[in-house]
Design a protein. Structure first.
Length: 259
């Protein structure tokens, strides 16, 4: 469903994403982990077509993000770090507006909006102005705008950042529900970035760890934590040994990127 090949993004001398390749199958839920500055957001922005890669390419549901960007973007729902909400609009109007932007045909828009609101627990606040909602509810609206066109792939950038523990639990529950198969079909394919390990353990079955722009680990959560290993320890070990390598034997560029 997602196929990334050699994705690289340079900002001047900084290599924000360095030759990252991976595949994500239909219905998989992948936790994209890494310390701050590791390159998670940049990778997601490349996949969603918001920034061009310096090198490499990716396919979303078979559509190349450079050769066929419109089809690729149509297959994606994206919750960025700061969702593009309009505080003065009410929930239902905002989602209808997003549905129109995402080319949901006019005749299907109301149904699509109702369904997104229902799935994100927004039915009771449909006429509320977004700016008057709590942060947890605004994040639900953020999720709803990502799924309103029923995309195959969901890309969620730190979806619980800044929420309180109860809101975090609610949002995690919603995401887990979106990933579950519905009505006999497969659920959404999800990539979710976070630096909170508990989040991955709560929602994801596969972990991809990125550090200083490079993918350093990729595998089933169960495998990484077998023999009672804690994900936290795996994370720390891999991140630290990667940094030591970069500053000892690596190029100046790698050492810089590791900081
Ligand atoms: N627009 C930009 N211009 C220059 N550097 C950037 C830009 N966006 C991100 N970076 C740098 O790229 C690196 C990766 O950032 P980011 O992808 O946001 O990491 P993460 O989301 O994992 O915290 C960081 O060092 C960051 O400062
Ligand atoms: Mg980020």
């Amino acid at each position: 469903m997602i196929e990334a090949r050699g994705l690289t993004k340079r900002y001047g001398d900084l290599v924000a994403v360095n030759d990252v390749s991976f595949e994500v199958g239909s219905g998989e839920v992948v936790g994209f982990l890494g310390p701050n500055g590791a390159g998670k957001t940049t990778t997601m922005r490349i996949l969603t077509g918001f920034v061009p890669a310096t090198d490499g390419t990716a396919k979303i549901a078979g559509h190349d993000i450079f050769e066929d960007p419109l089809a690729a973007r149509r297959a994606i729902g994206y919750l960025p770090e700061t969702p593009p909400l309009y505080p003065e609009m009410d929930v239902a109007h905002y989602l209808t507006y997003v549905a129109r932007l995402k080319d949901v045909p006019r005749g299907r828009r109301k149904g699509a909006v109702d369904r997104a609101m229902e799935r994100c627990g927004l039915a009771d606040v449909r006429r509320r102005v977004i700016g008057s909602l709590s942060k947890g509810y605004r994040q639900r609206v953020g999720l709803a705008q990502a799924i309103v066109h029923d995309p195959a792939v969901l890309i969620l950038d730190e979806p619980t950042v800044g929420l309180d523990p109860i809101q975090i639990r609610e949002i995690r529950g919603l995401i887990a529900g979106l990933a579950d198969s519905q009505e006999g079909g497969t659920g959404h394919t999800v990539i979710l970035s976070t630096h909170i390990l508990a989040e991955v353990e709560a929602i994801c079955r596969r972990v991809m760890l990125i550090n200083a722009g490079r993918k350093v680990l990729d595998g089933p959560l169960a495998e990484l934590t077998r023999d009672g290993q804690r994900l936290e320890d795996v994370f720390t070990r891999v991140t630290l040994s990667d940094q030591a390598e970069a500053s000892a034997g690596g190029t100046a560029e790698a050492a810089e990127a590791a900081q």
